[in-house]
Design a protein around this ligand. Structure first.
Ligand SMILES: NC(=O)c1ccc[n+]([C@@H]2O[C@H](COP(=O)([O-])OP(=O)(O)OC[C@H]3O[C@@H](n4cnc5c(N)ncnc54)[C@H](O)[C@@H]3O)[C@@H](O)[C@H]2O)c1
Length: 336
């Protein structure tokens, strides 16, 4: 019998991590250790269905805790690092937590890998926001990083550390950078769930500025499949951009959701833009497509409709999370 692969997933209670773990535990010959500090973006309900699964262990800990990480890294074959503070608006009013989780967290993983010397592979989940915005064309993996928010800067700093540890110590590290995700289990403060929930509650839908900011949207299952592809087939030391090519202005996304929910666009209300708000992100993902054979399987409209239905049918999941502060029209003005 082939022995099972042991994988440490950090931040696996959050939106993308929980989708990734569910997919792995159900389909694969792997044992998963999920380490998560249960920060605000997490919700244990996300993986309630796996509580009894024999190939799944949950550890409540901070990724920047070097001792705990050091103990686990020596026992696993691979690490997928999702752990991060992730809400840009919160990073504007309270940046310190982002430095600790997003930079010191990665440092502690890298140090543990350096000391363990067991050739463990790290796939670090990065973001398009590290490149900053671009008015036309798309960023490739060779482009410079030019982050705008404290969140993006903390993720870019983590990338730099990973690059240096690969060069200096020969660690098996890979960085992925993905565009905006959507799908089930995304915390209610992010654009798509917030729009669905506010529309369901009959509240106005706040849109920053003129609603013209462009994001490239990817369904979370496509992102998880890309990470799995990189984990299995990616080359050490490389960076892989991940994108679907669904570039849309925020106003288009919000209007489509309202249409799917049979709600009027008069619900939309324009609010004061957040400082440093990038106008457009765009990634060229031909490297992962051509070299590793990945491509997205979901179309934007079908996946968005599935997502709207999930939130409409899972009020029990979001109701306890979606208080006034979380659904705030301008969260960057709030202290977190
Ligand atoms: N959501 C997106 O659109 C997107 C796009 C590209 C990249 N990413 C990256 O993907 C990763 C996951 O994003 P998400 O949207 O699922 O975020 P999320 O906020 O839903 O989940 C993050 C998880 O990390 C955990 N966490 C935070 N600080 C921690 C710490 N110090 N120690 C241990 N766990 C900690 C949280 O408790 C939470 O469960 C992040 O690294 C993010 O930068 C997200």
């Amino acid at each position: 019998m082939i022995p099972k692969v042991n994988i440490l997933v950090t931040g696996g209670i959050g939106f993308i991590g929980s989708n990734f773990i569910r997919r792995f535990v159900k389909n694969k010959d792997s044992k998963i250790i999920n380490l998560d500090s249960l920060s605000y973006g997490s919700n244990q309900e996300n993986l309630r269905d796996l509580a009894e699964a024999s190939d799944y262990t949950f550890i409540k800990a901070d990724v920047s805790n070097e001792k705990t990480i050091g103990r686990i890294v020596g026992q696993v074959d691979a690490i997928v690092n999702f752990a991060a503070e992730t809400h840009v608006d919160r990073s504007i009013s309270s940046p310190k937590k982002f430095i600790k989780a997003n930079i010191l967290g990665v440092y502690s993983i890298l140090e543990a890998m350096r000391k363990a010397r067991n050739n463990v592979r790290l796939v670090h989940v990065g973001t398009d926001e590290e490149y900053g915005d671009i008015s036309s064309g798309s960023f490739t993996e060779d482009d410079e990083l030019n982050p705008s928010s404290p969140y993006a800067a903390s993720k870019a700093a983590a990338s730099m550390l990973i690059h240096a540890y690969h060069r200096t110590y020969g660690l098996d590290t890979i960085i992925t950078r993905c565009t905006n995700n959507f799908g089930p289990y995304q915390f209610p403060e992010k654009l798509i769930p917030k729009t669905i929930i506010r529309a369901k509650l009959g509240l106005k839908i706040p849109l920053y500025g003129k609603g013209k900011n462009v994001r490239d949207w990817i369904y979370v299952e496509d992102h998880c499949e890309a990470i799995e592809t990189v984990l299995n087939k990616g080359k050490a030391g490389e960076i892989y951009n991940i994108s679907s090519g669904n570039e849309l202005e925020n106003i288009e996304v919000v209007s489509t959701i309202l249409k799917l929910m049979n709600k009027p666009t008069t619900l939309i209300e324009y609010v004061e833009d957040r400082p440093g708000h990038d106008l457009r992100y765009s990634l060229d993902s031909s490297k992962i497509r051509n070299q590793l054979g990945w491509r997205p399987k979901h179309t934007f409209h079908k996946a968005l409709s599935k997502t709207v239905n999930w939130y409409v049918n899972n009020e029990r999941w979001w109701k306890p999370l979606a208080d006034e502060k979380i659904l705030h029209p301008t969260p960057w003005k709030t202290r977190w």
